[in-house]
Design a protein around this ligand. Structure first.
Ligand code: NAP
Length: 331
């Protein structure tokens, strides 16, 4: 496995990482099975994947529990990045909450579920405009001093908010929406994004030596060989709330996918590997956190790093995408 590093931390990252949202269970992700998730995570480690991204909110604790079980005996060999700042109530309503007391409770819950006594990178999942970032950072700095977390990261932060955050402590990473077809997206599942990934976040991370973790690198399954038009998801699958995977917008994305599939077939690679390797190839991208439900997914995704993505391939992809620049890159 290809490894990457950044100046902000001495951690090493596998170029292909593992995203654990689907491990949150079949109540949120069609077809997920706990035994398969555990096998997929263990196979990932065998294949050299060392970076695992998760969050308490994925399956309301379930994904962290599954990751904790799968990693038994492997803690020293992996980098765990979990998150704080999204709380849920008994009815399942999710709230942005970065208040100190909430974070202090969240970290202890995460450590217990993950079956570890420290988190390598503790990421603020989404901004909470109701809580001053100075207050949040004070709490996170205390967790660092206590040894419960090694590093602080952010997710879905704008450049301005990162600048403000860094006045109160060190951050080592940004996690944001980024894939072949979502270059400077303005929304994620109908949530407006306050950042433009390719134009703002990537240059910022490069400039400050921060890690960048692109989420939804496979466009939640669209950028794979298996995706079907009439897929689609159970009503409670989180992807049924993605306006780009349903309705009018979807038709355009599906059409571009057909052209990308043809390109992938021409070079003899699965579309998933083309999408992942396009990301790996970019200097600012540190670890591509691919979601995966099965051993077969992981094996295909891990192999993305095993072949050279040439400048000619990059140029051919740009030629395919060029006509769609406005309607899709910035949707
Ligand atoms: N910070 C944030 O706000 C945020 C937001 C979203 C995600 N994330 C993180 O990013 C990770 C990845 O994003 P994501 O889960 O949204 O989407 P993704 O990685 O783009 O897509 C994952 C899905 O693609 C399908 N898939 C994966 N590999 C495949 C393969 N080789 N062949 C065929 N299908 C394959 C599976 O879907 P099927 O179920 O259809 O098989 C899988 O669940 C998450 O797990 C999470 O850790 C973070």
């Amino acid at each position: 496995m290809k490894m990457k590093s950044v100046t902000a931390t001495d951690l090493e990252f596998s170029a292909v990482g593992f995203g654990c949202w689907a491990a949150g269970g079949s109540a949120i992700w069609t077809g997920t099975d706990d035994a398969n998730s555990i096998q997929a995570i263990r196979r990932a480690i065998e294949l050299g994947i060392t970076f695992f991204d998760v969050a308490p909110v994925y399956g309301f604790g379930h994904a962290e529990t599954i990751l904790g079980q799968a990693l038994r005996g492997q803690r020293q060999n992996v980098v765990i990045a979990t998150k704080c700042g999204l709380s849920w109530d008994a009815g399942g309503t999710i709230t942005n909450d970065l208040k100190p007391a909430t974070i202090e409770r969240e970290i202890d819950d995460s450590l217990r579920r993950l079956n570890t006594d420290y988190v390598d990178i503790y990421q603020i999942h989404w901004p909470d405009p109701a809580t001053p970032i100075a207050m949040t950072m004070e709490t996170l700095n205390k967790l660092k001093s206590a040894g419960k977390i090694r590093h602080i990261g952010v997710s879905n932060f704008s450049v301005a908010l990162m600048d403000e955050t860094r006045q109160y402590g060190e951050i080592v990473s940004h996690q944001g929406l980024y894939n072949l077809l979502e270059r400077n997206p303005i929304q994620y599942h109908n949530i407006p994004l306050e950042y433009r990934t390719e134009d703002e976040i990537l240059p910022y991370c490069r400039r400050h030596g921060l890690a960048f973790f692109p989420y939804s690198p496979l466009f939640q399954g669209l950028l794979t060989d298996q995706f079907r038009v009439q897929n689609q998801f159970d009503a409670h699958d989180v992807r049924s709330a993605n306006p780009k995977l349903n309705g009018k917008l979807f038709e355009t994305y599906y059409q571009i996918r057909a052209e990308l599939l043809a390109f992938a077939a021409k070079i003899g690679k699965p579309l998933s590997q083309v999408a992942i390797n396009w990301l790996i190839h970019q200097e600012a991208v540190t670890s591509v956190i691919c979601g995966a439900q099965t051993v077969a997914h992981v094996e295909e995704n891990a192999a993305s790093a095993s072949w050279d993505f040439t400048p000619e391939m990059a140029a051919a992809i740009e030629r395919i995408l060029q006509p769609y620049h406005d309607p899709v890159y910035t949707a």
